[in-house]
Design a binder for this molecule. Sequence first.
Ligand code: UT7
Length: 342
Amino acid sequence: MTKRARIVGVGRYVPEHVMTNDDLEAIVDTSDEWITDRTGIRERRIAADHESTSSMGAEAARRALASAGLTGQDIDLVVCGTCTADHSFPAAATLIQHEIGAPGAAAFDVNAACNGFMSALSVATQFIASGQSTRVMVVGSEVYSRILDWTDRGTCVLFGDGAGAVIVEATPEGERGSVDALLLRSDGSQAGLLYANGPATPGDAAAREAKVVMNGAAVFKHAVVAMAEASAEVVAQAGYSVEDIDLVVPHQANRRIITALADRLGLPMEKVFLNLHKYGNTSSASIPIALAEAVAEGRLKAGDRVLLAAFGGGLSWGAMTLEWGGVRHPEAATADASIART
Ligand code: UT7
């Protein structure tokens, strides 16, 4: 019998160093006004030299454990959504597994660009549904600052670093919370619209330099249509109507994309969680960071119906509806000095 899966813990970690739009004016030909108007982003976090996808992911995971009142020993699978893992291998998830003290847990990364967390969460949901896993740590963590072309104003102003994590477990009989519907899609014919090369890219050494390349306008159009269609489909699959959704937690790429998505769905912006002004686009980390902050701010309560939607390079996109189960210690989700800046 398939089991229902629910989220019982959330956590997020963002690096201390804040890079503002004014700071970017000193690097490329841009302005605070342009970035704020076109994207809604005001600042982003940049990882320190000693930080990495796995170190940030492990910190977010520790906070998720604290918020759920669990330890690493309770976890039997770690899945990390990332496209900026510390190494080509081993997977960042294995380093996180070690850091959080989850001996014997299986661990692997999922790369679906900015749709990485949604893909990782979908994997976790299926492992729970099949009975293969009891409790899964799902992490989204990225250090885009290390793969950006800092001379390209069309991309370097958009992204930031950070990590988020959620814990997924089987819903006990008679208790609240469940992932109700999920959908993942991709279109590899559009891979050239948004990509970053890497150490195994064919060609000479220059071709292997990891730099984000993007056709922003084309990605923008695709993002709105794809996320709106996927969202409508999962809402229908779950048997809800759009009015039943209490909170939308979308991938935090661009406020204009999110506003257009809400318009298409017919949802007021009051029901949409936004924190991209503080962090920019943190790729796979954006939804779990937003979930942790939504919990810490009291925007999510047991029984709420939540819609998640993401898109990114691949192209790859997805949506999920879930009933919120509740987190035992919400204050632990974002427990660090940086939350004071909100
Ligand atoms: O997770 C997925 C990640 N990808 C995305 O989220 C990207 C989605 N796309 C976008 O968010 C938007 O397309 C951008 C924010 C990247 C760009 O906004 P836009 O309204 O599509 O602008 P545009 O690319 O059409 O450029 C308009 C103008 C151009 O100048 P001209 O040709 O009109 O003279 C650009 O050169 O804005 C210029 N421009 C900038 N100006 C100041 C582009 N980047 C900047 C910049 N500062 N940072």
